[in-house]
Design a protein around this ligand. Structure first.
Ligand SMILES: C[S@@+](CC[C@H](N)C(=O)[O-])C[C@H]1O[C@@H](n2cnc3c(N)ncnc32)[C@H](O)[C@@H]1O
Length: 162
């Protein structure tokens, strides 16, 4: 991620990643933070007020549908799908939409599950679905993350839009 990038955080929750992302894409990039839960988005707004990061953040509440029609085809550099797959059944629609909004060679970062949901996500199914939807698996990494303000260590899968 670099200055000027446009990044989608799908299912951003209370926005633990939004502030660092907004710092990474400043001064002229954009973070699009999407969630269906208005309370979580209110918390994102509070964090933005508190930390006032450089870089533009757009907050969008959805109704839970996986189509993001207001985002143009191929207009994003990176998308995050972090710790949400355990509550979504239709991965095919989700990742088809991620492929649509990402530019070719754009990056999709997937955290299949936080520690509290480990084992609930079928990684083999994830790999197959992503290949079907037009993504190439690049590598996985182990990273420090935050889960409801608790530090944890998570595995992140990195895919490239084919
Ligand atoms: C466990 S939280 C993860 C939050 C954040 N991605 C993280 O890793 O810290 C899952 C979030 O996904 C949101 N969510 C679940 N289903 C969704 C859907 N269909 N569309 C948008 N957001 C959804 C929930 O409201 C919740 O905020």
């Amino acid at each position: 991620m670099k200055p000027g990038d446009r990044i989608l955080d799908f299912g951003c929750g209370t926005g633990g990643y939004v502030i660092p992302l907004a710092e990474a894409v400043a001064p002229n990039g954009e973070v699009i933070a999407v969630d269906k839960n208005p309370d979580n988005l209110q918390e994102v707004k509070s964090r933005l007020t508190k930390y006032n990061p450089p870089g533009h953040v757009s907050i969008r509440k959805t109704d839970g549908r996986l189509h993001l029609k207001w985002i143009k085809d191929g207009s994003l550099d990176t998308a995050l799908v972090f710790d949400i797959l355990h509550v979504i059944d239709d991965w095919y629609t989700l990742f088809t939409e991620m492929r649509r909004v990402l530019r070719r060679d754009g990056i999709l970062l997937v955290n299949p599950a936080s520690l509290s949901h480990k084992g609930e996500v079928d990684v083999a199914r994830l790999m197959t679905t992503l290949r079907t939807c037009g993504f190439i698996f690049e590598y996985s990494l182990v990273a420090k993350a935050w889960h409801y303000r608790q530090p944890s260590v998570e595995e992140i899968f990195v895919f490239k839009a084919d």
